[in-house]
Design a protein around this ligand. Structure first.
Ligand SMILES: Nc1ncnc2c1ncn2[C@@H]1O[C@H](COP(=O)(O)OP(=O)(O)OP(=O)(O)O)[C@@H](O)[C@H]1O
Ligand SMILES: [Mg+2]
Length: 348
């Protein structure tokens, strides 16, 4: 803020005392015609009126400033703040007060920005949620109505329609489970059960459990050469299973036909093990890479391909890894592939 045009209280008091002293002294001079006496009178009047105006002005300004500080502190003054208002505040210059008010205004602005952001998140979340719920619910409704309207007696379609209904119910159940999990994670209610386990063995188990899905696309899942040395880590095994399952499942879903997924493990600084899962799929563009950990986020390609998934998987992974006080990161290049990585503490 520009302070050049702002006068100090003393300058204002001096100007006011001149305005009082000059006309009164002129009247005094006219009445007694004595220059020396008038000069003395002018000087005394100037000093007196300056002191008086300056005192009243400062008292008034301090009272106003005290009100401003009471407003900006927002809470009822504690004993410490009371002491501050009574003893330290009067020593503050107008410049310091202005800085404090500007700081306060900046803080309020930030708070309002955060509120706006939360409001936008809430709206987007509800929109996404209703969209994700609508798709399976409308499908179930369609199949059930068709079955009730006679398809139930048609052996050619009844099993197929019921199977599709069941798939959509399963999708709803998965969605609700994921939402339940994510809200628990966000409320910090996740209970971690730490144990020591060999990370290679867990990855191999996950490769086995997803073998059927990988075989459908002829994707080869393996442990990278040179990374066979088994490392034991200390973490919540089932939660880490969930993280790795989602990452490997994504690698298969968003990877290419006849592609490959490789898991690698490295001992890094701070007695940690870095776990990386890489694929040679389509990759993720820079703009999407920044958003893939958001709830419900899917790239347009993933949406249009209709390969299932509601976009909650990576949001859950991020929460789980953060609950382990670690970070999940992603490296990706279009048409080259994607690598997800995170660290876990090693057991010596
Ligand atoms: N390995 C990958 N290669 C390319 N894109 C990926 C990869 N992993 C994730 N993505 C992109 O990130 C999005 C978010 O992934 P996320 O696991 O959160 O959701 P999803 O797999 O679509 O659904 P869900 O995991 O809830 O079943 C995906 O929809 C996809 O667009
Ligand atoms: Mg996923």
């Amino acid at each position: 803020m520009n302070s050049k045009n702002n006068f100090t209280p003393n300058q204002l008091a001096f100007a006011a005392s001149l305005i009082i002293s000059i006309p009164v002294s002129i009247i005094f001079l006219v009445s007694n015609q004595n220059w020396r006496l008038t000069s003395l009178f002018f000087l005394l009047l100037l000093i007196f009126s300056f002191s008086l105006v300056s005192y009243i002005l400062k008292k008034y300004i301090k009272k106003q400033i005290k009100i401003i500080y009471k407003i900006i502190s927002q809470t009822k003054a504690t004993k410490k703040e009371d002491f501050y208002l009574k003893n330290l505040l009067p020593e503050k210059s107008i410049e310091e007060v202005r800085n404090d008010v500007e700081k306060w205004a900046e803080q309020r602005k930030n708070e309002i920005d955060v509120l706006h952001q939360n409001e936008a998140f809430r709206k987007e979340f509800l929109q996404n949620l209703s969209h994700e719920l609508k798709t399976p619910i409308f499908s179930i409704q369609g199949y059930v109505e068709t079955l009730l309207n006679g398809a139930l007696d048609n052996p050619e379609v009844n099993t197929k329609f019921l199977t599709n209904t069941s798939k959509n119910v399963e999708r709803l159940v998965n969605l609700v489970d994921d939402l339940d999990e994510i809200s628990k994670l966000e409320r910090g209610e996740l209970q971690l059960y730490f144990q020591s386990f060999v990370i290679h063995d867990l990855v191999k188990e996950i490769f086995d459990s997803l073998a059927f899905k990988a075989a459908e696309k002829d994707v080869n899942c393996s442990i990278k050469k040179g990374c066979e040395l088994p490392f034991t880590v200390y973490a919540d095994k089932e939660k880490i299973r969930q993280v790795l399952t989602n990452i490997i499942d994504n690698g298969i879903k968003y990877g290419k036909q006849h592609g490959k997924i490789e898991a690698s493990f490295y001992k890094v600084e701070g007695n940690n093990i870095l776990i990386e899962i890489s694929d040679d799929g389509s990759g993720i563009s820079e703009e999407h890479r920044l958003r893939i950990f958001e709830r419900f986020f899917r790239t347009d390609e993933a949406r249009s391909r209709k390969i299932g998934g509601s976009g909650l998987g990576l949001a859950i992974c991020k929460h789980i890894i953060e609950a382990h006080h670690q970070e999940i990161h992603v490296r990706s290049k279009i048409d080259v592939g994607t690598s997800f990585g995170f660290q876990l503490p090693a057991v010596k």
